[in-house]
Design a protein around this ligand. Structure first.
Ligand SMILES: C[S@@+](CC[C@H](N)C(=O)[O-])C[C@H]1O[C@@H](n2cnc3c(N)ncnc32)[C@H](O)[C@@H]1O
Length: 269
């Protein structure tokens, strides 16, 4: 749904199109293909989701561009899913290496639908079952160099994992992140899971139905110490809604998710 929503930004007004993703619709199920084919008249129903996805993707795209502009050459997509960044940014990535880590089932399905971009190295991984301490070595075997900075993108994943899986995965990322590395991740505010309003009850039911229940959230005030104790300095942490107010026309910004956030951290020296 997220991948298709990225592509469907094309039906938003021009001043609300923050990203370009011509690949997302390849991952549509029959129902989502129907939505995509009828997106113009369904717009009143789907525009808040489309606007939220535009903002989330744009913020992380900017982090990727800035990392590459500063000479970064290793990008890790943790729980890559149907993220088509390696294809979307093929030219800018140049010789940089992209490592896509994801659940084996999702990764296999993605590769069946999108030709492998030249920069990508794939690593099938189950964050709940695979011994995460082995992640740095598994990546090194694919050519990852732990002495050079890495940008790790963990987009739309933490909320589906258990607390121990989030914790051990973040520690493994620190272990493979040289000074100068960056860590970008999205999360749900814990309060949205503990005291869900109507929208969250609906989202929780929907994602549960497709087999990925919402399980984990952070309390934003605790995030600086959480990242610090895992080797990262939190630089910026913003709700999608607050970011939208700077990026989108007011009518659409008002519809963007308030209790989902994106955090930007750098590897502590
Ligand atoms: C909502 S998708 C987000 C995908 C992508 N990052 C994006 O933003 O489009 C969640 C991703 O988390 C992955 N995931 C969930 N649980 C996982 C697990 N236990 N191990 C590995 N990946 C998992 C799924 O395979 C899926 O790709």
């Amino acid at each position: 749904m997220i991948a298709v929503s990225r592509s469907l930004g094309r039906v938003l007004p021009e001043d609300a199109r923050l990203i370009h993703d011509p690949f997302g619709e390849r991952f549509a199920t029959p129902f989502l293909r129907f939505v995509a084919n009828n997106a113009t008249w369904l717009l009143p129903v789907i525009e808040s989701t489309l606007a939220t996805v535009q903002v989330r993707t744009r913020l992380i795209d900017e982090a990727l561009i800035s990392f590459l502009e500063q000479g970064g050459s290793q990008v890790l997509l943790l729980g890559a899913g149907y993220d088509a960044r390696a294809a979307r940014f093929a030219e800018r990535l140049g010789d940089a290496r992209v490592f896509e880590i994801d659940h084996p089932a999702t990764q296999a399905d993605k590769r069946a639908r999108l030709p492998d971009p030249a920069s990508v190295h794939y690593l099938p991984w189950d964050f709940e079952r695979s011994p995460v301490a082995e992640l740095p070595a598994a990546l090194a075997a694919l050519g990852h160099e732990p002495t050079r900075p890495t940008l790790t993108i963990w987009e739309g994943v933490t909320m589906y994992l258990s607390e121990p899986a989030v914790d051990t995965t973040a520690r493994a990322i620190a272990a493979l992140s040289a000074p100068g590395s960056r860590f970008v991740f999205t999360y749900v505010e814990r309060g949205a899971l503990e005291r869900p309003g109507f929208v969250y009850r609906l989202v929780a039911k929907l994602v549960s139905f497709v087999g990925e229940p919402l399980r984990f959230g952070f309390e934003p005030s605790e995030l600086p110490s959480w990242t610090a104790s895992r080797g990262f300095t939190l630089e910026h942490d913003v709700s999608f809604h607050d970011a939208a107010e700077l990026l989108l026309p007011a009518r659409l910004a008002a519809q963007v998710e308030r209790r989902m956030r994106v955090a930007f951290a750098t590897r502590a020296q």
